[in-house]
Design a protein around this ligand. Structure first.
Ligand code: 5GP
Length: 192
């Protein structure tokens, strides 16, 4: 039996990873969407074990020290990590896995699991990224400037990825993801 394929979607905050995946995931109920662990507080409506596994800093650190994460990173003062066991178990069973994580974590997965398929979701332009971050109205002006500065650094890492998808319109970008998935599954090397 073939192993599952690990697809990783990443990109700067505000590039619209979440919106693209909302268009993509319902069409792929057979894929395993990895639920991350985080130390950030749940937002209204978020439930433990659905959007995230919400943990205390001590619980997170214990799991990290035990090697329980495939990758982990700090983002805006909180820790985020991909639980290793669930992902590896699905891949072994031949189930494809999808991770949606920020760029520092993605770089670690490139090291730890180079056979993964790495997809960078880019905003159409930095101007558009600014418009989106301002439009969300979830961050203060100074935080937006910090995120934009970080986004510029993150854009420079795009070339390390297998694919770059420009998120101009989320539905269209989801079709690009679809094309990547189909092509990767058809690779000769996977068709044993
Ligand atoms: P939020 O707090 O808005 O849900 O997520 C903040 C950022 O953390 C997003 O860019 C999201 O992709 C990223 N993130 C979510 N889960 C993980 C994870 O397991 N590992 C890493 N490295 N980043 C994650």
């Amino acid at each position: 039996m073939n192993k599952g394929v690990l697809f990783l979607v990443s990109g700067p905050s505000g590039a619209g990873k979440g919106t693209v995946l909302k268009n993509f995931l319902p069409k792929h109920p057979d894929m395993f969407y990895s639920i991350s662990a985080t130390t950030r507080a749940p937002r209204p409506g978020e439930e433990n074990g659905v959007q995230y596994y919400f943990m205390t800093a001590a619980e997170f650190e214990k799991l990290r020290m035990e090697g329980g994460f495939l990758e982990s990173a700090t983002f805006c003062g909180n820790s985020y990590g991909t639980p290793r066991a669930a992902v590896m178990e699905k891949l072994e069973k031949g189930i494809d896995v999808l991770l949606e994580i920020e760029v520092q974590g993605a770089l670690q997965v490139m090291e730890n699991y180079p056979e993964g398929i790495f997809i960078f979701i880019a905003p159409p332009s930095m101007d558009e990224l600014r418009t989106r971050l301002v439009g969300r109205q979830t961050e203060e002006a100074s935080v937006i400037e910090t995120r934009l500065a970080r986004a510029e650094e993150e854009m420079a890492l795009a070339e390390k990825y297998t694919y770059i998808v420009v998120n101009d319109i989320a539905e269209r970008a989801a079709e690009d993801l679809e094309a990547i998935l189909v092509a990767e599954k058809l690779r000769t090397a996977r068709r044993k």
